[in-house]
Design a protein around this ligand. Sequence first.
Ligand code: SAM
Length: 313
Amino acid sequence: MWKVRGFKHMPDAVDKSTASGAQADLEVATLEHYPRLAHQQMLQVNARQKDFYESRCAATLAGQVAERAANTPTGVWSWTREKLVDMRKAAGLDEYLEELHRGWMHDLKDAHVLDLGCFTGNPLSLWIAENCASYTGIDLSEQATAVLDAKLRELGLTHAHAYAQDFLANSYADNHFDLVYAHSVLHHFKDIKVLLEELHRVLKPGGIVISFDPLMTEPLNWLARTFYRPLQTDRDWEWPFTRATLRLLQQYFEIVDMQGLMGMSRLGIPLQMVPGLSNLGRAVMHFGAKFDKKYAQHRASVFPLLAGYPALT
Ligand SMILES: C[S@@+](CC[C@H](N)C(=O)[O-])C[C@H]1O[C@@H](n2cnc3c(N)ncnc32)[C@H](O)[C@@H]1O
């Protein structure tokens, strides 16, 4: 997970004011062409991603785990993810994550916040909405955002709204938000450069992004993503972070803090899946979690083995 702050000026932005003549125009056009093409392709993929999350939302509302739009490997993945999340919660790691993110957000009193990919509400969505100056939750799914918006209406929060919107649809003015909160969402953008440029554009100078994403540098995640993922329905819109992602991120943002979530604690996961060993697995996860909280801090990329987050999102 990351807390990053936008630079005042983009370090590698093309300065069109100093470009002159046909050659300079061509260079600018070529540089701009590629992101635009990638942007268009991502919008097309997101039309399918939207259907997928609509059906996931319908399944969630009906109390089912597997999505209608999912094939069997996706259903198995989804089931495994639910189990993993339960284990994470039981080990106190989700609570720890929420506390950490709350701390990173500080005082939101004057902040205009975008909750990107909010679905029916992240663990902190309502808390953010209650404490900030204005709250905008967006997600590809209309059904999911309708659910969140109904919760916001119930709380009487007139400065808070959730609606269906593709973040890449260019709907916000430049320098609009103080904080973008993206809980398990940024790895849904194939071309991270397109995403970073849009984040940079909509954030005020010095604005903050707080994100939580799986790492491809984590060996189990690498194995699963490389060999199992291609079988899944949702393979086209999940791109866990790599070291290259981190390098690119640093060109656009200053990393203020970063933290891995599951290192040693994940050793308890396979044990909990074996009949008769679940108590031992829970104990391993519990002590692993204590170790992770102490040692994974600030080392998400340095010790991915210790601090990798094998999220099955
Ligand atoms: C893995 S889910 C995470 C949902 C929720 N944040 C959570 O942690 O439970 C990713 C979410 O991101 C949303 N999403 C992906 N790309 C998006 C985009 N371009 N604009 C808005 N939402 C997007 C999806 O619709 C989906 O609900």
